[in-house]
Ligand binder design. Structure first.
Ligand SMILES: NC(=O)C1=CN([C@@H]2O[C@H](COP(=O)(O)OP(=O)(O)OC[C@H]3O[C@@H](n4cnc5c(N)ncnc54)[C@H](OP(=O)(O)O)[C@@H]3O)[C@@H](O)[C@H]2O)C=CC1
Ligand SMILES: N[C@@H](CC=O)C(=O)O
Ligand code: NA
Length: 370
Protein backbone atom coordinates (compact mmCIF):
# COMPACT_ATOMS: atom_id res chain seq x y z
CA UNK A 1 0.00 0.00 0.00
CA UNK A 2 1.30 3.45 -0.92
CA UNK A 3 2.13 6.13 1.68
CA UNK A 4 -1.13 7.96 0.88
CA UNK A 5 -3.87 5.34 0.86
CA UNK A 6 -6.98 6.03 -1.18
CA UNK A 7 -10.38 5.26 0.33
CA UNK A 8 -13.14 3.58 -1.64
CA UNK A 9 -16.91 3.41 -1.31
CA UNK A 10 -18.80 0.88 -3.46
CA UNK A 11 -22.57 0.99 -3.88
CA UNK A 12 -24.31 -1.94 -5.62
CA UNK A 13 -23.39 -5.61 -5.36
CA UNK A 14 -25.41 -7.11 -8.22
CA UNK A 15 -23.95 -8.73 -11.35
CA UNK A 16 -21.52 -5.88 -12.06
CA UNK A 17 -20.82 -5.01 -8.40
CA UNK A 18 -19.93 -8.59 -7.45
CA UNK A 19 -17.60 -9.00 -10.46
CA UNK A 20 -16.04 -5.61 -9.63
CA UNK A 21 -15.32 -6.68 -6.03
CA UNK A 22 -13.55 -9.82 -7.22
CA UNK A 23 -11.46 -7.75 -9.67
CA UNK A 24 -10.72 -5.23 -6.88
CA UNK A 25 -9.35 -8.05 -4.71
CA UNK A 26 -6.76 -8.78 -7.41
CA UNK A 27 -5.63 -5.18 -8.10
CA UNK A 28 -2.13 -4.28 -7.00
CA UNK A 29 -2.17 -1.40 -4.45
CA UNK A 30 -5.96 -1.52 -4.30
CA UNK A 31 -7.61 1.34 -2.40
CA UNK A 32 -9.01 0.65 1.09
CA UNK A 33 -12.66 -0.40 0.83
CA UNK A 34 -14.39 1.54 3.63
CA UNK A 35 -18.03 1.67 2.49
CA UNK A 36 -20.04 -1.11 0.84
CA UNK A 37 -23.77 -0.71 0.27
CA UNK A 38 -26.75 -2.36 -1.37
CA UNK A 39 -30.32 -1.10 -1.52
CA UNK A 40 -31.18 -1.49 2.16
CA UNK A 41 -27.90 -2.17 3.97
CA UNK A 42 -24.57 -0.37 4.40
CA UNK A 43 -21.23 -1.55 5.81
CA UNK A 44 -18.71 1.04 7.02
CA UNK A 45 -15.16 0.84 8.32
CA UNK A 46 -15.49 2.52 11.72
CA UNK A 47 -14.52 6.23 11.81
CA UNK A 48 -12.32 8.05 12.72
CA UNK A 49 -9.62 5.49 11.85
CA UNK A 50 -11.53 4.06 8.82
CA UNK A 51 -10.12 0.74 9.96
CA UNK A 52 -10.40 -2.20 9.80
CA UNK A 53 -11.25 -1.98 6.10
CA UNK A 54 -13.93 -4.13 4.46
CA UNK A 55 -12.55 -7.19 2.62
CA UNK A 56 -13.16 -6.87 -1.15
CA UNK A 57 -15.25 -10.03 -1.29
CA UNK A 58 -18.86 -10.77 -2.15
CA UNK A 59 -21.60 -9.34 0.05
CA UNK A 60 -22.05 -12.49 2.17
CA UNK A 61 -18.38 -12.59 3.18
CA UNK A 62 -17.98 -8.81 3.55
CA UNK A 63 -21.09 -8.45 5.70
CA UNK A 64 -19.99 -11.30 8.00
CA UNK A 65 -16.78 -9.43 8.85
CA UNK A 66 -16.67 -8.45 12.54
CA UNK A 67 -15.88 -4.86 13.71
CA UNK A 68 -17.64 -3.12 10.81
CA UNK A 69 -20.39 -0.56 11.39
CA UNK A 70 -23.63 -1.89 9.90
CA UNK A 71 -26.59 0.35 9.12
CA UNK A 72 -29.57 0.55 6.77
CA UNK A 73 -29.56 2.62 3.58
CA UNK A 74 -27.61 5.86 4.08
CA UNK A 75 -28.65 9.09 2.35
CA UNK A 76 -26.17 10.08 -0.38
CA UNK A 77 -25.22 13.24 1.56
CA UNK A 78 -24.11 11.07 4.52
CA UNK A 79 -22.11 8.72 2.30
CA UNK A 80 -20.41 11.72 0.71
CA UNK A 81 -19.55 13.23 4.10
CA UNK A 82 -18.22 9.90 5.39
CA UNK A 83 -15.99 9.40 2.31
CA UNK A 84 -14.85 13.04 2.18
CA UNK A 85 -13.80 12.85 5.87
CA UNK A 86 -11.50 9.85 5.30
CA UNK A 87 -7.82 10.54 6.01
CA UNK A 88 -6.93 10.59 2.27
CA UNK A 89 -8.52 11.06 -1.18
CA UNK A 90 -11.71 9.08 -1.71
CA UNK A 91 -13.55 7.51 -4.66
CA UNK A 92 -17.19 6.45 -5.02
CA UNK A 93 -17.92 3.49 -7.31
CA UNK A 94 -21.63 3.45 -8.16
CA UNK A 95 -22.63 0.01 -9.46
CA UNK A 96 -26.37 0.69 -9.29
CA UNK A 97 -28.73 2.02 -11.95
CA UNK A 98 -30.25 4.46 -9.45
CA UNK A 99 -31.09 7.91 -10.85
CA UNK A 100 -31.20 9.43 -7.35
CA UNK A 101 -27.67 8.36 -6.50
CA UNK A 102 -26.58 9.69 -9.91
CA UNK A 103 -28.26 13.03 -9.13
CA UNK A 104 -26.07 13.17 -6.00
CA UNK A 105 -22.74 12.93 -7.86
CA UNK A 106 -22.31 16.73 -7.64
CA UNK A 107 -22.51 16.41 -3.82
CA UNK A 108 -19.68 13.84 -3.79
CA UNK A 109 -17.60 15.70 -6.36
CA UNK A 110 -17.84 19.11 -4.70
CA UNK A 111 -16.51 17.48 -1.53
CA UNK A 112 -13.53 16.13 -3.50
CA UNK A 113 -14.79 12.52 -3.83
CA UNK A 114 -14.14 11.19 -7.36
CA UNK A 115 -16.80 9.11 -9.11
CA UNK A 116 -16.38 5.94 -11.22
CA UNK A 117 -19.51 4.24 -12.55
CA UNK A 118 -21.21 2.10 -15.22
CA UNK A 119 -24.53 3.83 -14.32
CA UNK A 120 -25.75 5.69 -17.43
CA UNK A 121 -28.45 7.68 -15.69
CA UNK A 122 -26.39 10.66 -14.50
CA UNK A 123 -24.72 11.25 -17.85
CA UNK A 124 -27.78 10.80 -20.04
CA UNK A 125 -30.54 12.59 -18.15
CA UNK A 126 -31.10 16.36 -18.26
CA UNK A 127 -28.24 18.26 -19.86
CA UNK A 128 -28.19 20.44 -16.73
CA UNK A 129 -27.16 17.40 -14.62
CA UNK A 130 -24.36 16.53 -17.10
CA UNK A 131 -23.05 20.10 -16.84
CA UNK A 132 -23.38 20.15 -13.06
CA UNK A 133 -21.46 16.86 -12.71
CA UNK A 134 -18.45 18.20 -14.61
CA UNK A 135 -18.49 21.68 -13.03
CA UNK A 136 -18.72 20.07 -9.56
CA UNK A 137 -15.74 17.85 -10.39
CA UNK A 138 -13.72 20.92 -11.35
CA UNK A 139 -14.83 22.69 -8.16
CA UNK A 140 -13.86 19.75 -5.92
CA UNK A 141 -10.72 18.89 -7.91
CA UNK A 142 -12.20 15.40 -8.28
CA UNK A 143 -12.34 13.06 -11.27
CA UNK A 144 -15.26 11.39 -13.09
CA UNK A 145 -14.89 8.26 -15.26
CA UNK A 146 -17.77 6.29 -16.77
CA UNK A 147 -16.34 4.08 -19.55
CA UNK A 148 -18.80 1.24 -18.89
CA UNK A 149 -21.80 3.48 -19.54
CA UNK A 150 -21.35 2.73 -23.28
CA UNK A 151 -20.25 -0.64 -24.68
CA UNK A 152 -19.56 -2.04 -21.18
CA UNK A 153 -15.75 -2.37 -20.74
CA UNK A 154 -15.00 -1.79 -24.44
CA UNK A 155 -12.79 1.32 -24.97
CA UNK A 156 -15.59 3.39 -26.50
CA UNK A 157 -15.57 6.60 -24.45
CA UNK A 158 -11.77 6.67 -24.13
CA UNK A 159 -11.48 6.32 -27.94
CA UNK A 160 -14.00 9.10 -28.57
CA UNK A 161 -12.39 11.39 -25.96
CA UNK A 162 -8.93 10.81 -27.50
CA UNK A 163 -10.23 11.59 -31.01
CA UNK A 164 -11.82 14.83 -29.81
CA UNK A 165 -8.94 15.88 -27.52
CA UNK A 166 -6.40 15.51 -30.32
CA UNK A 167 -8.39 17.80 -32.61
CA UNK A 168 -10.09 15.27 -34.89
CA UNK A 169 -13.61 16.08 -36.05
CA UNK A 170 -16.13 13.31 -35.43
CA UNK A 171 -18.76 13.39 -38.16
CA UNK A 172 -20.81 10.25 -37.49
CA UNK A 173 -21.09 7.48 -34.90
CA UNK A 174 -23.14 4.38 -35.68
CA UNK A 175 -23.57 0.77 -34.71
CA UNK A 176 -25.05 -1.72 -32.28
CA UNK A 177 -25.01 -0.31 -28.74
CA UNK A 178 -27.00 -2.84 -26.73
CA UNK A 179 -25.54 -6.15 -25.59
CA UNK A 180 -29.03 -7.40 -24.80
CA UNK A 181 -30.58 -6.46 -28.15
CA UNK A 182 -27.52 -7.77 -29.99
CA UNK A 183 -27.86 -11.13 -28.18
CA UNK A 184 -31.63 -11.21 -28.78
CA UNK A 185 -31.46 -10.62 -32.54
CA UNK A 186 -28.27 -12.70 -33.08
CA UNK A 187 -29.99 -15.64 -31.36
CA UNK A 188 -33.57 -15.15 -32.59
CA UNK A 189 -32.73 -14.15 -36.20
CA UNK A 190 -29.19 -15.39 -36.96
CA UNK A 191 -27.56 -14.36 -40.26
CA UNK A 192 -26.43 -17.92 -40.92
CA UNK A 193 -28.47 -21.03 -40.22
CA UNK A 194 -31.90 -20.77 -38.69
CA UNK A 195 -33.45 -20.52 -35.24
CA UNK A 196 -36.74 -21.66 -33.78
CA UNK A 197 -36.17 -19.69 -30.59
CA UNK A 198 -39.15 -17.72 -29.26
CA UNK A 199 -38.48 -14.03 -28.57
CA UNK A 200 -39.69 -14.21 -24.95
CA UNK A 201 -37.46 -17.21 -24.18
CA UNK A 202 -34.40 -15.37 -25.49
CA UNK A 203 -35.33 -12.29 -23.42
CA UNK A 204 -35.47 -14.51 -20.32
CA UNK A 205 -32.06 -15.96 -21.26
CA UNK A 206 -30.52 -12.47 -21.68
CA UNK A 207 -31.83 -11.54 -18.24
CA UNK A 208 -30.43 -14.75 -16.76
CA UNK A 209 -27.02 -14.07 -18.33
CA UNK A 210 -26.90 -10.63 -16.66
CA UNK A 211 -27.01 -8.69 -19.96
CA UNK A 212 -30.23 -6.78 -19.33
CA UNK A 213 -30.75 -3.71 -17.21
CA UNK A 214 -32.14 -4.44 -13.73
CA UNK A 215 -35.51 -3.81 -15.47
CA UNK A 216 -35.27 -5.53 -18.92
CA UNK A 217 -37.96 -3.19 -20.25
CA UNK A 218 -35.29 -0.44 -20.21
CA UNK A 219 -33.47 -2.46 -22.92
CA UNK A 220 -36.56 -3.43 -24.91
CA UNK A 221 -38.02 0.09 -24.99
CA UNK A 222 -34.84 1.44 -26.61
CA UNK A 223 -34.13 3.79 -23.70
CA UNK A 224 -30.83 2.09 -22.81
CA UNK A 225 -29.56 2.65 -26.37
CA UNK A 226 -30.95 6.20 -26.37
CA UNK A 227 -29.06 6.94 -23.15
CA UNK A 228 -25.80 5.62 -24.64
CA UNK A 229 -26.25 7.73 -27.78
CA UNK A 230 -26.99 10.78 -25.62
CA UNK A 231 -23.67 10.26 -23.81
CA UNK A 232 -21.74 9.79 -27.07
CA UNK A 233 -23.42 12.78 -28.72
CA UNK A 234 -22.56 15.00 -25.76
CA UNK A 235 -18.92 13.87 -25.81
CA UNK A 236 -18.87 14.58 -29.57
CA UNK A 237 -19.98 18.15 -28.81
CA UNK A 238 -23.78 18.06 -29.28
CA UNK A 239 -26.01 19.56 -26.57
CA UNK A 240 -28.62 16.77 -26.47
CA UNK A 241 -31.19 17.97 -23.91
CA UNK A 242 -32.54 14.55 -22.85
CA UNK A 243 -32.46 10.88 -24.00
CA UNK A 244 -36.11 11.16 -25.05
CA UNK A 245 -35.57 14.31 -27.14
CA UNK A 246 -35.32 12.17 -30.32
CA UNK A 247 -37.53 9.34 -31.69
CA UNK A 248 -36.93 5.91 -30.11
CA UNK A 249 -38.45 2.68 -31.46
CA UNK A 250 -39.78 0.53 -28.62
CA UNK A 251 -40.08 -3.28 -28.73
CA UNK A 252 -42.48 -3.37 -25.78
CA UNK A 253 -45.92 -4.66 -26.83
CA UNK A 254 -48.47 -1.82 -26.45
CA UNK A 255 -50.62 -4.06 -24.19
CA UNK A 256 -47.73 -4.33 -21.66
CA UNK A 257 -46.62 -0.71 -21.76
CA UNK A 258 -48.52 0.38 -18.67
CA UNK A 259 -47.35 -2.30 -16.21
CA UNK A 260 -45.84 -0.76 -13.06
CA UNK A 261 -42.07 -0.16 -12.82
CA UNK A 262 -41.89 -2.22 -9.58
CA UNK A 263 -40.34 -5.69 -9.13
CA UNK A 264 -43.87 -7.04 -9.46
CA UNK A 265 -44.24 -5.14 -12.76
CA UNK A 266 -41.05 -6.78 -14.08
CA UNK A 267 -42.31 -10.22 -13.15
CA UNK A 268 -45.76 -9.60 -14.72
CA UNK A 269 -44.01 -8.39 -17.87
CA UNK A 270 -41.81 -11.49 -18.12
CA UNK A 271 -44.80 -13.77 -17.49
CA UNK A 272 -46.97 -12.14 -20.18
CA UNK A 273 -44.27 -11.59 -22.83
CA UNK A 274 -44.80 -15.04 -24.49
CA UNK A 275 -48.33 -13.89 -25.50
CA UNK A 276 -46.64 -11.48 -27.95
CA UNK A 277 -44.02 -13.77 -29.53
CA UNK A 278 -45.92 -13.73 -32.84
CA UNK A 279 -45.41 -9.94 -33.15
CA UNK A 280 -41.62 -10.31 -33.06
CA UNK A 281 -41.78 -13.36 -35.35
CA UNK A 282 -43.59 -11.16 -37.91
CA UNK A 283 -40.81 -8.56 -37.76
CA UNK A 284 -38.20 -11.27 -38.30
CA UNK A 285 -40.17 -12.83 -41.20
CA UNK A 286 -40.64 -9.48 -42.97
CA UNK A 287 -36.85 -9.01 -43.10
CA UNK A 288 -36.34 -12.64 -44.13
CA UNK A 289 -38.71 -12.16 -47.11
CA UNK A 290 -36.26 -9.54 -48.43
CA UNK A 291 -33.31 -11.91 -47.82
CA UNK A 292 -32.15 -9.76 -44.89
CA UNK A 293 -32.01 -9.79 -41.09
CA UNK A 294 -33.37 -7.22 -38.69
CA UNK A 295 -31.12 -5.58 -36.05
CA UNK A 296 -31.52 -2.79 -33.48
CA UNK A 297 -29.08 0.03 -34.22
CA UNK A 298 -28.35 3.67 -33.47
CA UNK A 299 -26.59 6.56 -35.15
CA UNK A 300 -25.52 10.14 -34.54
CA UNK A 301 -24.97 12.47 -37.46
CA UNK A 302 -23.01 15.33 -35.97
CA UNK A 303 -23.49 17.95 -38.72
CA UNK A 304 -27.29 17.59 -38.83
CA UNK A 305 -27.49 16.84 -35.06
CA UNK A 306 -29.73 13.85 -35.92
CA UNK A 307 -29.84 10.98 -33.42
CA UNK A 308 -31.71 7.80 -34.47
CA UNK A 309 -32.52 4.64 -32.53
CA UNK A 310 -34.47 1.69 -33.93
CA UNK A 311 -34.82 -1.39 -36.12
CA UNK A 312 -33.17 -1.64 -39.52
CA UNK A 313 -32.68 -4.41 -42.11
CA UNK A 314 -29.14 -5.58 -42.94
CA UNK A 315 -27.64 -7.78 -45.64
CA UNK A 316 -26.76 -11.17 -44.18
CA UNK A 317 -23.07 -10.76 -45.05
CA UNK A 318 -22.75 -7.33 -43.37
CA UNK A 319 -20.64 -6.81 -40.24
CA UNK A 320 -23.70 -5.92 -38.16
CA UNK A 321 -25.66 -9.01 -39.25
CA UNK A 322 -22.67 -11.23 -38.43
CA UNK A 323 -22.22 -10.12 -34.81
CA UNK A 324 -22.17 -12.91 -32.24
CA UNK A 325 -23.41 -13.21 -28.65
CA UNK A 326 -23.77 -9.87 -26.87
CA UNK A 327 -21.30 -8.10 -29.17
CA UNK A 328 -21.51 -4.35 -29.79
CA UNK A 329 -19.95 -2.71 -32.83
CA UNK A 330 -19.33 1.01 -32.79
CA UNK A 331 -17.97 2.89 -35.82
CA UNK A 332 -16.50 6.39 -35.49
CA UNK A 333 -16.31 8.33 -38.74
CA UNK A 334 -13.95 11.28 -38.46
CA UNK A 335 -12.24 13.83 -40.68
CA UNK A 336 -8.82 12.33 -39.96
CA UNK A 337 -9.82 8.70 -40.62
CA UNK A 338 -11.85 9.56 -43.75
CA UNK A 339 -14.03 6.89 -45.32
CA UNK A 340 -12.68 4.05 -43.14
CA UNK A 341 -14.05 4.42 -39.62
CA UNK A 342 -12.36 3.57 -36.32
CA UNK A 343 -14.27 0.46 -35.18
CA UNK A 344 -14.60 -0.89 -31.64
CA UNK A 345 -16.19 -4.35 -31.36
CA UNK A 346 -16.68 -6.98 -28.66
CA UNK A 347 -18.92 -8.07 -25.80
CA UNK A 348 -21.15 -5.16 -24.80
CA UNK A 349 -22.81 -6.64 -21.71
CA UNK A 350 -22.15 -9.02 -18.83
CA UNK A 351 -20.87 -8.63 -15.28
CA UNK A 352 -17.17 -9.37 -15.83
CA UNK A 353 -16.67 -7.26 -18.97
CA UNK A 354 -18.58 -4.34 -17.46
CA UNK A 355 -16.64 -4.56 -14.19
CA UNK A 356 -13.43 -4.51 -16.24
CA UNK A 357 -14.35 -1.03 -17.50
CA UNK A 358 -15.08 0.07 -13.93
CA UNK A 359 -11.80 -1.40 -12.61
CA UNK A 360 -9.73 0.17 -15.38
CA UNK A 361 -11.39 3.55 -14.72
CA UNK A 362 -10.57 3.11 -11.03
CA UNK A 363 -6.91 2.53 -11.92
CA UNK A 364 -6.90 5.73 -14.02
CA UNK A 365 -8.38 7.74 -11.15
CA UNK A 366 -5.87 6.33 -8.64
CA UNK A 367 -2.98 7.16 -10.99
CA UNK A 368 -4.28 10.70 -11.61
CA UNK A 369 -5.07 11.47 -7.96
CA UNK A 370 -1.48 10.81 -6.87
N1 LIG B 1 -25.09 -5.82 -16.67
C1 LIG B 1 -24.42 -5.29 -17.69
O1 LIG B 1 -24.05 -5.98 -18.64
C2 LIG B 1 -24.11 -3.85 -17.70
C3 LIG B 1 -24.56 -3.02 -16.70
N2 LIG B 1 -24.26 -1.70 -16.72
C4 LIG B 1 -24.75 -0.87 -15.63
O2 LIG B 1 -24.22 -1.35 -14.39
C5 LIG B 1 -25.13 -1.04 -13.33
C6 LIG B 1 -25.37 -2.29 -12.49
O3 LIG B 1 -25.95 -3.28 -13.30
P1 LIG B 1 -26.19 -4.78 -12.74
O4 LIG B 1 -25.10 -5.13 -11.79
O5 LIG B 1 -26.45 -5.62 -13.91
O6 LIG B 1 -27.54 -4.57 -11.88
P2 LIG B 1 -28.12 -5.50 -10.71
O7 LIG B 1 -29.59 -5.31 -10.71
O8 LIG B 1 -27.56 -6.88 -10.82
O9 LIG B 1 -27.50 -4.86 -9.36
C7 LIG B 1 -27.86 -3.60 -8.91
C8 LIG B 1 -27.29 -3.41 -7.51
O10 LIG B 1 -27.54 -2.06 -7.12
C9 LIG B 1 -28.12 -2.08 -5.82
N3 LIG B 1 -28.93 -0.88 -5.67
C10 LIG B 1 -29.97 -0.49 -6.45
N4 LIG B 1 -30.44 0.71 -6.01
C11 LIG B 1 -29.67 1.06 -4.95
C12 LIG B 1 -29.63 2.16 -4.07
N5 LIG B 1 -30.49 3.18 -4.20
N6 LIG B 1 -28.69 2.20 -3.08
C13 LIG B 1 -27.84 1.19 -2.94
N7 LIG B 1 -27.81 0.10 -3.74
C14 LIG B 1 -28.72 0.04 -4.73
C15 LIG B 1 -28.90 -3.37 -5.73
O11 LIG B 1 -29.10 -3.68 -4.36
P3 LIG B 1 -29.73 -5.09 -3.84
O12 LIG B 1 -28.60 -6.08 -3.98
O13 LIG B 1 -30.07 -4.81 -2.42
O14 LIG B 1 -30.89 -5.35 -4.73
C16 LIG B 1 -27.91 -4.31 -6.44
O15 LIG B 1 -26.93 -4.74 -5.55
C17 LIG B 1 -26.38 -0.46 -14.02
O16 LIG B 1 -26.33 0.95 -13.99
C18 LIG B 1 -26.26 -0.94 -15.46
O17 LIG B 1 -26.87 -0.08 -16.38
C19 LIG B 1 -23.50 -1.12 -17.70
C20 LIG B 1 -23.00 -1.88 -18.71
C21 LIG B 1 -23.30 -3.31 -18.82
N1 LIG C 1 -28.38 -3.68 -20.59
C1 LIG C 1 -27.24 -3.14 -21.25
C2 LIG C 1 -26.04 -3.37 -20.42
C3 LIG C 1 -24.91 -2.55 -20.85
O1 LIG C 1 -24.98 -1.32 -20.93
C4 LIG C 1 -27.03 -3.80 -22.60
O2 LIG C 1 -27.65 -4.83 -22.82
O3 LIG C 1 -26.27 -3.27 -23.43
NA1 NA D 1 -17.09 1.27 -22.70
Amino acid sequence: MSANPIYLGVVGVGGVGTAFLSQLARLPNAPKLVLLARSSQTLLAPAPAYSPAIPPADWAIASATPSLTKTGALPAEEMATYLASAPGRAILVDNTSDINLARSYPTFLKKGVSVVTPNKKGFSDDLSLWKEIFSSAAEGKALVYHESTVGAGLPVLSTLKDLVATGDEVTRIEGVFSGTLSFLFNTFAPASGSSNAQWSAVVAQAKELGYTEPDPRDDLNGMDVARKLTILARLAGLDVSRPDSFPIESLIPAELASLPSSADGISQFMTRLPEFDAQMANIKDAAEKEGKVVRYVGSIDVASKAVKVGLQYFDKDSAIAGLKGSDNIISFYTKRYGANPVIVQGAGAGGEVTAMGVSSDLLKVIERLH
